[in-house]
Write a new protein. Structure first.
Length: 432
């Protein structure tokens, strides 16, 4: 980040610590009136003392710090750069920690998200999506009046290029874009040579209002490593062609890919690429910061198995986001009902997994029985299977790991950050 960007981010952090949090938000402690984060921390709330209303979603400081350091070490080993996807958390305090740890910038998905990040001190955004629609373009045009702000969006069609060209020409601005490549059956992105040629011609017509910064793709639409590697090599070939034809307006050009499941393969292929032109390789995983015990744990296991650098690092990513709920009823011998539901947790990639059990008054939580599992969630209730005779009571607290952090974060406006003794040491605010 530039010195100005660091200054802006620092000012924002001060503003966040002074921002008041109202007493009507879920997952926090007793508040008779609005309080700042600093005032809340001074209350010394502790999860195990039942100072927090459950259900709640919490972050563990030690695990966040571990994951930040792990990913930065991995990225640096390949000599590439990191622009973590901010849509996962939409939490500017976490954006700032990622930037302070060495991230090149923040990836986002919409003009609104970009506006939120900019308002909170982020000065380099890769919007890994198309910029479409007048008001969305207006948002970005206003942000570009800030000369310290560096922004990129994706373009994959002549129609989009023409619309962007006309809009930013009328505003006397030049928009940075990355050409997005796609695959048949996938999501967005240029599919073939004919489409690419037409797009390049359009971008050339609008070269005064559109600057071609590089090539982007999202390999996560594919599930087979062989197909992913083929896609990545295609991107390298396209980048080399554009370099030969002097199509890039940025030096170095950007070559970007990588969600949270295949970032190791993207790093390996792109880091070894030669396109005959300086290149800046930007990877965009987002879920690494809090990780999970579902889809991304399985993906990380595969990364640890196939990637030599990940294996040498020994320890992997740790789940840093957890939900806590009470047992509110045991209506049957093999069923317990918990005080959380679809309003509180992701359920698209598997239900939360019971991990810890704590009975108020005990010294510390302990691992919950391995056979406990959630089998159903309603809006405010979760069905947990137990065994007859299990030591579980109404009022017990259950800590649950999640699958798919993105769709858990967006259900919480505020998340307490806990230290190793379960004391609240910070509050993270989200802006969905």
């Amino acid at each position: 980040m530039t010195e100005a960007a660091n200054s802006n981010a620092a000012n924002f952090q001060t503003d966040l610590s002074e921002m008041t949090i109202g007493p009507l938000n879920k997952g926090l402690g007793a508040m008779n009136e609005a309080m700042t984060t600093r005032q809340i921390v001074e209350q010394r709330w502790n999860l195990l003392h039942e100072d927090i209303s459950l259900p709640t979603a919490v972050l563990y400081e030690d695990k966040l710090a571990h994951n930040l350091a792990w990913m930065q070490q991995f990225i640096e080993a390949y000599g590439v750069k990191l622009a973590p996807h901010g849509k996962t958390t939409m939490a500017p305090k976490l954006f700032e920690r990622q930037l302070q740890t060495g991230a090149w910038g923040i990836t986002l998905a919409t003009a609104h998200q970009t506006r939120v990040a900019h308002a909170h001190g982020v000065r380099r955004v890769l919007m890994a999506n198309q910029l479409v629609g007048k008001q969305n373009m207006e948002i970005i045009a206003r942000l570009l009046h800030d000369e310290s702000f560096e922004y990129y969006c994706l373009v994959d069609s002549v129609d989009e290029a023409e619309q962007l060209g006309k809009f930013f020409d009328a505003h006397q601005q030049r928009l940075n874009i990355l050409i997005e490549l796609g695959v048949e059956g996938g999501r967005t992105g240029v599919r073939n040579q004919e489409e690419l040629d037409a797009l390049l011609a359009s971008l050339h017509r609008w070269r005064d209002s559109i600057a071609v910064g590089g090539i982007e793709l999202y390999e996560g639409v594919l599930e087979d490593e062989t197909a992913i590697r083929k896609f990545l090599h295609r991107a390298v070939e396209v980048a080399a062609r554009l370099a030969r034809e002097n199509r890039f307006d940025r030096n170095p050009a950007i070559l970007s890919g990588a969600g949270s499941a295949w970032y190791d393969v993207v790093a390996e292929v792109f880091a070894g690429a030669e396109i005959g032109y300086p290149v800046e390789i930007i990877l965009r995983p987002g879920c690494y910061l809090t990780h999970d015990v579902g889809v991304y744990r399985e993906a990380q296991k595969q990364i640890q198995a196939r990637n030599p650098i990940a294996r040498k690092m020994h320890s992997g990513l740790l789940p840093a986001l957890q939900l806590w709920a009470y047992v509110q009823s045991i209506p049957e011998k093999e069923k317990a009902i918990l005080t959380l539901g679809k309003r509180d947790a992701a359920f698209d990639a598997g239900l939360p997994t019971p991990a810890l059990q704590y009975r108020p008054g005990e010294i510390a939580p302990h691992a919950s029985p391995a056979h406990w599992r959630l089998v159903r969630m309603m809006d405010q209730h979760a069905y947990m299977t137990i065994a007859e005779g299990d030591d579980v009571r109404v009022g017990d607290m259950i800590g649950l790991d999640i699958s798919h952090p993105c769709l858990t974060f967006d259900k919480w406006r505020y998340l307490p950050v806990l230290d190793s003794s379960y004391q609240v040491i910070d509050i993270v605010q989200t802006f969905f």
